[in-house]
Design a protein around this ligand. Structure first.
Ligand SMILES: [Zn+2]
Length: 439
């Protein structure tokens, strides 16, 4: 075992600078470095020296890892941390370890490979931090491969009843049935199964558990942490096809790009897709097998008197992508032609969003909206109040209606995410419309 105290704190000024960590890394953390390279790094990593031995040699930034995605294309920007599990360590400087901590105490702190602060001590006040002129940040590398990582699964995750802190090496046991939270000092009950030691498979001293020995453990979340079992990926596209939208030419580009991208939409064999288009009316599309490879369009004209959860069909509006891929491609190919001569200038976005809620409510999913003008058909119509050029800046940029905010809350409660793409050339009341993505 290395005696840290015997190591010099700094190199003597007369000797050339030594580019190495101040303290030798502990053997415990050293072992993490020997983890095998992640399988998705398509080329073996050739380390660029972080500190060239010749001081005149310019320092070059190491290249980003090349990650090969499912389609076989190379992408140097997007990294899936769930798959590429050792992205940072190859390039980051090895973490210094504290000379004041024994190996055992070192383990009580989070592994610096997973979480590392720029400062060893957090300043007590913001003024002190400002005065120090040192940057304060924390580097977090989730899902990193660690060799000696304890994985806790199959049992209740023990957390403080009051502050929800996880049980950790800094708590104290009052006896074998209670523990005191290190953050808020509350005394909590200890579940019976916590006395079980998975290594020796015996019941007894709770301090043998990895949760209270190591600062870094991995929990496999239990059903308590899920709102419900994982649902299929659901993609619903709401497309503005008013005259204004057709004039922008976006519809053709959108359909072309989506058609090419169908195979890379995240999801699995259960992935479903659907489309709604709208001008002053709503257009539904039956893409199911019933249509024998084509699609059927249904129009709902009188939106102001429409039932909130009107659907023209009980099913077929959202279809499984894998089974109906050809139909979806045909649809995307035909859609721009259908609306090529559309002269309807109004926009019923509000009603379309309402229908989207009905369609995705049971499963949750993602709504992608492309809008080119201010919606002016109820429900959810907005006033083009600032469209007149009065020569002065409009003062009020607050939302003019809470329709979209309420809808956003409804979406959030049903696990629906919404993306809004605005391709407007005139005033669209962004302050109000943007609320749809607010929650
Ligand atoms: Zn607590």
């Amino acid at each position: 075992m290395t005696n840290y105290q015997s190591q010099p704190m700094h190199s003597a000024s007369s000797t050339p600078p030594q580019h190495r960590p101040l303290y030798p890394p502990s053997t415990a953390y050293n072992s993490y470095q020997s983890a095998p390279p992640p399988p998705l790094l398509s080329q073996p990593y050739n380390p660029t020296p972080m500190f060239p031995s010749q001081s005149t040699q310019p320092y070059t930034t190491p290249p980003m890892p090349v990650v090969q995605d499912k389609t076989g294309t190379y992408n140097s920007e997007m990294i899936d941390l769930l798959k590429a599990k050792s992205v940072v360590s190859n390039y980051a400087e090895e973490a210094p370890t504290s000379p004041l901590l024994s190996d055992e105490n070192q383990q009580m702190n989070a592994s610096p490979d997973v979480m590392r602060s720029t400062l060893n001590v957090i300043p007590q006040t913001k003024e002190l931090l400002n005065k120090s002129r040192l940057p304060f940040g924390i580097l977090i590398h989730p899902f990193k491969d660690l060799e000696s990582l304890s994985v806790i699964q199959g049992m209740k995750i023990v957390r403080c009843d009051s502050c929800k802190s996880y049980i950790n090496p800094f708590i104290s046991f009052i006896d074998n049935t209670r523990w005191r939270c290190s953050i808020c000092s509350r005394v909590n009950d200890l579940p019976q199964e916590f006395l079980f030691d998975p290594v020796t498979k015996t019941y007894g001293d709770p301090s043998r558990r990895p949760e209270v020995r190591f600062g870094t453990v991995e929990y496999t979340a239990t059903a308590d942490y899920m709102a419900r079992p994982p649902q299929p990926a659901m993609y619903l596209f709401l497309l503005d096809v008013s005259h204004n939208a057709i004039e922008t030419g976006y519809l053709q580009s959108f359909c072309d790009v989506l058609s090419e991208s169908l195979s890379v939409l995240p999801g699995d064999a259960r992935t479903q897709i659907g489309f709604l288009t709208y001008d002053s009316r709503l257009h539904f599309y039956d893409l199911s097998e019933r249509q024998n490879g084509t699609f059927r369009m249904m129009i709902a004209p009188d939106l102001e008197n429409i039932d909130n959860d009107f659907l023209p069909l009980p099913d077929g509006l959202m279809v499984t992508l894998g089974e109906n891929r050809t139909t979806v491609e045909t649809f995307l190919n035909e859609l721009p032609k259908v609306f090529k001569e559309n002269n309807e200038t109004d926009s019923a976005l509000g009603a379309a969003l309402q229908i989207a809620l009905k369609l995705l409510g049971p499963t949750g999913g993602r709504v992608t909206v492309v809008q080119t003008r201010i919606p002016n058909v109820n429900p959810g119509s907005l006033q083009a109040q600032h469209s007149q050029d009065s020569g002065k800046e409009p003062v009020n940029v607050a939302p003019t209606s809470d329709y979209y905010k309420k809808m956003s809350l409804d979406y959030a409660s049903q696990q629906i995410a919404c993306d809004l793409f605005l391709l407007n050339s005139h005033y669209v009341d962004l302050a109000t419309l943007s609320k749809i993505i607010g929650h």
